[in-house]
Write a protein that binds this ligand. Structure first.
Ligand SMILES: [Ca+2]
Ligand SMILES: [Ca+2]
Length: 643
């Protein structure tokens, strides 16, 4: 061996030892997830944005990997965030839609999140921004492994302020409580008007930079879910009027600034190479807000749909130590896969409860070229809307919110939605990213194959369209004292002639006579929900008994299609054959002030009977003043009270 070669080998060996040493010193990587609200697929420079620029985010793509087939689990805030943090379909863990400011539910405290998993590995954890997995104390980030929290508990439009920016006390928004920034677990500052939303991006960013500076010596997980670009849009002075596009572009430019500040802090701390940064949006654009919504082009539709514009989002990952720079991939990945991938990176054990994500670490590192994921279920608010396998997407018959053929709003005001209805449709997403050409008839064997996957989804996770409950569904967390009531019928026999809809069947018919009262939250598991024409049930008191009172409680929640019965009748009998009516009344469902209410209907009486029969007629097709006028209304009952 000549000296030159020996020298070369020594250098290689030295470099190897040095790098091994550095890796050891660096330990587990730092993790940063930046999650933008309602940003469309096309709303970044490197995805073709028009009218504004995002140089800092584009630079992440140059230094990392850009994904063109990256999905969130559902095209709506809470469901999407639940999946990102738990690695589960939101459908699996019972988080539906966007939790309202009046909601009583949240992520179940027994679910494992990325943060709670990383706490086991000694990570410092923080969230600065929008949480939206339950605003009650039981559901705030502290319960899920976060050390620090500063931000809004839910969407920035869940406040008693109208589209004109003025306070309102009427209508649905009038019911909302005042919006607060939360610090750790207590209300910190009221956000009364749009002006007070202007510093949100800056505030979250400053907190994030400070967190990085305080924790650069140890591994950390920084979750930065910005409240923007969800409407109402607000931007700080430094970006007002800066984009050609207008307000939306200005806000995106400020988000881009924020990303730049975070990257700069990592660089200055000397930890940028050993940090995995993931940038993505929580769902597609809210297109009926026109120039205040983004763009998902060339994808079909947007937020709130299972079309690609709703669930396919821009995503960039940068991790200089492991992910190839300036790379782009059309391989399939979802937010579900982030938790198990981080588990692999940090050698954490996976959550005990079943999850849906897949470990993508080998793919990210370039050890394998193909993503391990090839299937995906498109759920939206309990409905299984589509199935993807490889490049094929089978759209299942469903009704959906549509933005096609209606004039969008502008300058902060929404336009109306259209309503779409799909058949059984097949698209090849590789050739037809815009889902224009239904090729179901050309590929019947693929329709069959994907239909079988749909069956598996329904069997395990359920499907509201077919009223199927899954065998693996878990429930979300709920708060609220159970109000109880004295009821002579507790423990007696009840025969329910009409089936409640499966997902609203409480703990069976006995729910109606268990002394526990349904709350204002129809999801609380204490209501029985019906969509049949008539509900009929009989309670057997066991022996002839003096009855002084019979009544039933009904929920009114017109915004959720829940109405009073058209008719309500009570009759009594000694022999379960000859019934004597003691009460009958008809109810008109007038348009009310969108208030959620419970009505107790019945009578004080003085009869002797063993059997009490109750009949209630559901409303049927909704009245013409209601936005769901061509759909069937709901009847929610709990409880039947006998004294
Ligand atoms: Ca959102
Ligand atoms: Ca009950």
């Amino acid at each position: 061996m000549n000296n030159k070669r020996l020298l070369y080998l020594s250098v290689v060996l030295f470099a190897f030892l040095l790098s091994a040493c550095q890796t050891k010193k660096a330990g587990f990587p730092h993790l940063v997830i930046i999650f933008i609200d309602d940003q469309g697929y096309a709303d970044l420079g490197c995805y073709g944005a028009e009218g504004f620029e995002t140089p800092n985010i584009d630079k992440l793509a140059i230094e990392g990997k850009k994904f063109t087939n990256f999905y969130v689990s559902e095209a709506v805030c809470s469901a999407s965030r639940a999946s990102l943090l738990t690695g589960c379909y939101a459908q699996r863990i019972g988080i539906r839609g966007a939790l309202s400011a009046l909601s009583f539910s949240g992520l179940h405290p027994e679910e494992t999140t990325i943060a709670s998993m990383l706490k086991q590995k000694g990570y410092s954890t923080a969230i600065y921004g929008k949480w939206h997995l339950g605003h009650h104390k039981e559901f705030l980030p502290f319960n899920f492994g976060f050390d620090e929290y500063f931000g809004l508990p839910y969407s920035n439009d869940m406040w008693p302020v109208g589209y004109d920016g003025k306070s309102i006390s009427e209508g649905f928004k009038g019911l909302y409580p005042e919006l607060y920034l939360i610090k750790d677990s207590i209300p910190f500052k009221k956000i009364l008007n749009l002006k007070e939303q202007e510093p949100l991006i800056t505030m979250y960013t400053k907190k994030a930079v400070d967190f990085i500076n305080r924790n650069k010596e140890n591994p950390f997980f920084l979750y930065l879910p910005h409240s923007m670009v969800h409407v109402p849009l607000a931007v700080s002075e430094k970006y007002k009027g800066k984009s050609e596009q207008g307000m939306y572009g200005d806000v995106m430019m400020e988000i881009d600034w924020s990303v730049g500040e975070v990257v700069k802090a990592l660089e200055e701390a000397g930890i940028d190479d050993n940090t995995l940064i993931i940038y993505a949006s929580d769902n597609g654009p809210w297109l009926n807000f026109g120039n205040h919504g983004g763009s998902a082009l060339p994808l079909r539709e947007g937020k709130g749909t299972a079309w690609e514009g709703g669930v396919r989002v821009p995503c960039i990952m940068k991790w200089a130590d492991e992910i190839e720079a300036n790379s782009s991939t059309d391989e399939f990945m979802t937010t579900l896969d982030i938790l198990p991938t981080i588990a692999a990176i940090t050698k954490s054990s996976l959550p005990e409860k079943k999850i849906d994500g897949m470990n993508m670490l080998s793919f990210l590192k370039g050890e394998i070229n193909e993503s391990p994921r090839n299937e995906f279920y498109y759920y939206y608010q309990g409905e299984l809307c589509a199935i993807r396998k490889d490049d094929w997407k089978l759209v299942l018959p469903h009704k959906y919110r549509s933005y096609v053929g209606v004039e969008p709003g502008a300058d902060g005001w929404p336009g109306p939605y259209a309503r779409g209805e799909s058949g059984l449709e097949l698209y090849n997403l590789k050739d037809d990213i815009s889902e224009k050409n239904d090729v179901a008839e050309l590929y019947p064997e693929i329709v069959v194959e994907l239909s079988e996957i749909a069956e598996e989804a329904r069997r395990t996770l359920g499907d509201d369209i077919l009223d199927l409950e899954g065998s693996e569904n878990r429930s979300c967390g709920r708060v609220g004292e159970v109000d109880s009531i004295q009821n002579m019928a507790i423990g007696k026999t009840i025969l329910l002639k009409t089936q409640a809809v499966k997902r609203y069947d409480g703990s069976g018919p006995e729910t109606l006579i268990d002394g526990a009262l349904g709350s204002f939250d129809f999801h609380d598991g204490r209501w029985l929900g019906f969509r049949e024409k008539e509900v009929e049930l009989t309670i057997d008191l066991g022996k002839i008994t003096a009855v002084k009172h019979v009544s039933s409680r009904f929920l009114i929640n017109q915004t959720s299609w829940i109405f009073l019965p058209g008719m309500f009748e009570i009759s009594v009998s000694d022999d379960n054959e000859n019934f004597t009516p003691i009460f009958r009344n008809f109810y008109e469902n007038k348009k009310q002030d969108l208030k959620i209410d419970v009505r107790q209907i019945g009578l004080d009486t003085d009869v002797k009977a063993q059997y009490i029969k109750v009949k209630a007629q559901a409303i049927g097709t909704l009245p013409d003043w209601h936005p769901g006028y061509d759909d069937k209304g709901w009847l929610f009952v709990d409880e039947i009270i006998i004294r």
